[in-house]
Design a protein around this ligand. Structure first.
Ligand code: HEM
Length: 390
């Protein structure tokens, strides 16, 4: 296996990580990324296989778990009950309970509401120059997921702040100030939700939170900590990635002088996620000593799955660096795969397929006023702003 060096905080790399991925992929099935001390899967085939390999998983093996420092306790109280950080049997149970409430019928019914939201935001644009990231891409996913859970629209900015403070902990440059902000956001977020859970227990409504409270699998319900962690996971996972996908997509379309209509929206959304997915790296722990692609993994070793690299694999996608919404659809890995496949994929697809055509049909003369720049955060491949003139 060959070794590669590339700082994830190098601003030029963050703008275009794909040449680095190409070099790693060309070297073999697995490559070593020195700056992360991680073995990486970069091809479509290896990422696909590892996502589904039950000898690997997200939950940290018990013997590797470190004691949590006091100042991070509120943050880990959420993380330790989040299905994203767990494996079977707890993961299966939590995911089953959420899927019971997060039905496709409930999601499909949101189309008209998303369309109304998109139109309302466009009606409110106040000038010839607009930052679409804050004026359009951000509000839609956060308001939709908040409404689903039963949280009022006017809480959306506060939810965004809590969520941003919490996810900031995953960035490569993590400081004590970032950790303190994540912990206090987790505490405030949990306190807020506890109040909501109490209210819905007393008087259930037709919202996801009431359904999560009622959901039961084999006689077991979600505990209060699990309920809070699930709501926070849905709110955090439910907006950040969708905001960035929408932003990346609008920037791609405008910089290629392309548009999107209701008829082309489904394929366009998939091509956006193949070409520029919002989340590039996820890791897995090996649960047993095993040999894979010529590399020996010991129990507890980590492997990184580079989703952004898999989408540019020339073995699967012809001219992979070309943005071509008309290309023959092939599965991409923007939503992951296997046991942790994104629960929100149907909702994210509906948001993209509804909001993008409305924006482009209502504002056919919209143009970029500055080249879009990705924010200096490798883990979230999203723009820092998206300035256009209408
Ligand atoms: C998991 C991507 C939108 C909720 C995941 C994973 C990926 C992903 C890659 C799997 C991580 C892994 O395997 O380690 C995305 C993208 C989105 C998006 C690209 C938008 C374009 C959403 C939305 C929601 C959501 C809208 C909720 C409403 C979740 C949850 C999980 C998850 C709950 C954890 C599933 C589990 O652990 O079983 N997402 N996501 N996501 N996503 Fe999404």
């Amino acid at each position: 296996m060959r070794s590669f060096s590339q700082s994830p905080t190098d601003p030029a790399f963050v703008q275009d990580p794909y040449p680095f991925y190409d070099r790693m992929r060309a070297s073999g099935d697995l490559a070593y990324w020195e700056d992360y001390s991680l073995v990486c899967a970069t091809s479509h085939r290896t990422v696909h296989a590892l996502l589904r390999d039950r000898r690997f998983g997200r939950e940290i093996p018990a013997e590797l778990a470190q004691p949590v420092p006091d100042h991070l306790a509120p943050f880990y109280r959420i993380e330790d009950h989040s299905m994203l950080e767990l494996e079977a049997p707890r993961h299966t149970r939590l995911r089953g309970l959420v899927l019971r409430a997060f039905t496709s019928r409930r999601i499909a019914g949101l189309g008209p509401e998303i369309a109304a939201l998109a139109h309302g935001l466009i009606d409110g644009f106040d000038g010839p120059d607009v930052d679409l990231l804050t004026a359009f891409c951000q509000p839609i996913p956060v308001i939709v997921i908040a409404r689903l859970l039963g949280v009022p629209d006017d809480m959306a900015p506060q939810l965004l702040r809590w969520s941003n403070d919490m996810v900031a902990i995953y960035q490569a440059r993590r400081t004590r100030a970032i950790e303190d902000a994540a912990a206090s956001a987790a505490e405030a977020f949990a306190d807020f939700l506890r109040g909501y859970v109490d209210a819905r227990r007393r008087a259930p409504r037709d919202d996801l939170l009431s359904q999560l409270i009622a959901a039961e699998e084999e006689g077991e319900r979600l505990s209060l900590d699990e309920l809070i962690a699930t709501c926070i996971l849905l709110l955090n996972a439910g907006h950040e990635a969708t905001v960035h996908t929408m932003g990346n997509g609008i920037a791609l379309l405008l910089s290629h002088d392309m548009t999107v209509t209701e008829a082309t929206a489904a394929r366009t959304a998939e091509e956006i996620m193949r070409h520029d997915p919002p989340l590039h790296m996820f890791t897995r722990y090996a649960y047993e000593d095993t040999e894979l692609y010529g590399h020996r993994f010991a129990r507890g070793d980590k492997v990184a799955l580079l989703l952004g690299a898999a989408g540019r694999d020339p073995e699967v996608f012809t001219d992979p660096h070309v943005f071509a919404p008309g290309r023959e659809p092939r599965p991409h890995h923007a939503f992951g795969g296997g046991a942790h496949f994104c629960i929100g994929a149907p909702l994210a697809r509906l948001e993209l397929q509804t909001a993008l055509p409305i924006l482009f049909e209502r504002l056919p003369r919209m143009r970029l006023t500055e080249p879009p720049r990705f924010a200096d955060l490798y883990h979230f491949h999203g723009l820092e702003s998206l300035r256009v003139t209408l």
